[in-house]
Design a protein around this ligand. Structure first.
Ligand code: HAM
Length: 429
């Protein structure tokens, strides 16, 4: 019978890979906590309407990429393609927004029916951050400073660069949109097919086109920065000044528009050249109109999300995973002979009580002969052996891969009383 395979673009994360995921997640969690962000967990399924009203009806995500279906009650549900809308929905529903500030983060799978390739999947994981109730550019800057710290901690700072832009207020955007449309209409023959279509439905997205002929035409197009109103200009200038003062380099890219409609004022992307076509590892911006658009009281919001798979690809390809990030046991306990298994369990518990993050593997199953073979083959730094003699003597044999005292490669072994084990073993851990 044919075996059932996973769905294309949806990956299993295998045990040999999970230590790297845990390392990345732990590092991010630690950094977020140090900036006083609190975790929120939302459902993976939401009402379809939530994404239509937030991301925008005329976006690739809503038009082509959502996993939408009717449930048994006939309600239209969608597997979340991103977390911002869900976070706004949850925060609003539970009264976290009105007259308050909130600094929230979340982590988990998102779903988009895109064409899978390296760095682009149909189920992928984001770690997202959303901040509500703070209108000024100080919080935009803090979010970016926080991401820079994270890249530094992960050893990736030299391999990412920051692109930043201001999309202005809704009013400024509308004036710019008209100017852009007028210019593009006059050059319509040179546009690629996708851009011709977008010109009618969502013209700002033309700025994002991958087509060279369209990009050539855009060289002569009106520039977003010339259309910013005073409020947006001041917001952007203070943000850039804060980044300058904080030692964060950036490139202002006036064609950076992002693929979701809820942004206004600040938008930014951290990009890398190390991942081929899917080079954006973290992206976000300000969305001051979104809470109101979803039925709440007007509340400023700003945030970003990073692609966990893309960061892991970077860590791997740049060899930035610390050596201690693995599943390897620190101690292997083998018991050989009558009554020794119970003693092995007791010794293992003594070690676990004493050393909080220790990885102790006990040998279960198998014959005595098999167990003796395992001792010889073990590559675990410390093997503890309990035979019938040791059981009688209330002792264990400590066998190490290296004799640390002499720097020798030979396996060394020494018998110590169980009562003395913790003292003795500490030197080897
Ligand atoms: P986004 O740009 O759609 O923004 O996604 C953020 C990040 O998720 C991307 O930069 C990328 O690293 C990762 N990503 C997106 N799609 C895929 C995919 N198919 N496969 C692998 N990784 C992917 C948002 O989702 C916004 N909600 C970000 C945000 C939060 N803005 C404000 N707050």
């Amino acid at each position: 019978m044919a075996k059932i395979q996973a769905i294309r673009g949806m990956n299993d994360i295998l045990p040999e890979q999970t230590p790297v995921w845990q390392y990345l997640e732990d590092t991010v969690r630690r950094v977020l906590q140090s900036y006083s962000y609190n975790e929120i967990r939302m459902p993976i399924l939401e009402q379809t309407e939530l994404f239509k009203r937030s991301i925008g009806e005329v976006t690739d995500i809503v038009e082509k990429e959502m996993y939408t279906f009717e449930d048994r009650n006939g309600d239209s549900l969608t597997l979340r393609p991103e977390g911002t809308a869900c976070c706004v929905r949850a925060a609003e529903q539970h009264g976290l927004l009105f007259n308050q500030t909130q600094k929230l983060w979340y982590c988990g799978p998102m779903f988009r029916h895109e064409r899978p390739q390296k760095g682009r999947y149909r189920q992928f994981n984001q770690i997202g951050v959303e901040c509500f109730g703070i209108p000024g550019p100080d919080i935009d800057a803090e979010l970016i400073i926080m991401t820079a710290r994270l890249w530094k901690e992960l050893g990736l700072l030299a391999n990412v660069s920051l692109q930043i832009n201001s999309l202005g207020t809704t009013a400024a955007r509308a004036v710019y949109r008209d100017a852009l449309v007028e210019y593009l209409r006059a050059n319509i023959d040179a546009l690629d097919e996708d851009s011709k279509r977008r010109l009618e439905s969502n013209p700002l997205r033309v700025l994002d086109s991958k087509s060279q002929s369209t990009q050539d035409i855009l060289d002569g197009a009106p520039d977003f920065s010339d259309y910013l109103d005073d409020e947006s200009k001041a917001h952007f200038a203070t943000l850039l000044e804060t980044l300058d003062q904080s030692g964060i380099s950036y490139e202002v890219n006036s064609r950076l528009v992002r693929g979701l409609d809820y942004y206004g004022k600040t938008v930014f992307e951290w990009v890398t050249n190390d991942l081929g076509a899917q080079g954006t590892v973290c992206a976000g911006g300000r969305y001051d109109g979104l809470v109101e658009q979803l039925g709440g009281k007007a509340t400023p919001g700003v945030g970003f999300a990073m692609g966990v798979e893309r960061l892991i690809l970077m860590l791997e390809s740049l060899d930035k995973i610390p050596a201690e990030v693995n599943n390897n046991p620190d101690v292997f306990i083998v018991s050989v002979g009558e009554g020794t298994q119970i003693e092995a369990f007791k010794v293992a518990e003594i070690l676990r009580n004493q050393f909080l993050s220790i990885n102790v593997q006990t040998h279960c199953g198998g014959s005595n002969k098999n167990r003796l073979k395992k001792i010889d083959k073990s590559n675990v730094p410390i093997t503890l052996i309990i035979g019938e003699n040791e059981l009688k003597n209330k002792s264990v044999i400590i066998k190490t891969l290296q004799d640390k005292s002499e720097g020798s490669q030979n396996k060394q072994q020494v018998e110590v009383p169980v009562a003395d084990l913790l003292n003795k073993i500490e030197a080897y851990l």
